[in-house]
Design a protein around this ligand. Structure first.
Ligand SMILES: [Zn+2]
Length: 125
């Protein structure tokens, strides 16, 4: 009988261990839930103060220096969005412009605006 008692005890201990593990996991899940709630509140508090700074309020130096990170992040987002926009609608390649023209001050012929001499009469422009 002593042998069976031992096995019984062993089974009892094993069951208890399993139950404890389940209970422990259940409690850990609860802790994670509470932590998520806390994190969400921390985020809300952050957003509350960021909104204040956005509207011009000056807070403690440490907070303001963290806020710098938000500003530079927003700037980067703006740049990246612009980049995405340019991918959506590639800039129209400007049609090869006719070179600018001017009128020769001697003969009145149309010549390139950059020409130093008239190709028609040779007058310096
Ligand atoms: Zn000319």
């Amino acid at each position: 009988m002593a042998f069976l008692d031992k096995i019984n005890d062993f089974a009892k201990v094993a069951t208890e261990k399993t139950n404890n593990a389940i209970e422990s996991t259940r409690l850990s899940v609860k802790i994670e839930g509470e932590q998520r709630t806390i994190d969400a509140i921390i985020k809300k508090i952050g957003e509350y103060y960021v909104a204040k700074i956005d509207s011009g309020e000056i807070l403690e130096e440490e907070v303001m220096s963290m806020y710098e990170g938000i500003l530079s992040g927003r700037e980067k987002i703006e740049e990246l969005r612009t980049e995405i926009e340019s991918l959506k609608s590639p800039k129209e390649v400007p049609a090869e412009d006719e070179p600018a023209k001017k009128i020769c001050k001697n003969c009145g012929k149309e010549i390139d605006a950059s020409a130093k001499f008239c190709l028609n009469c040779g007058t310096q422009q």
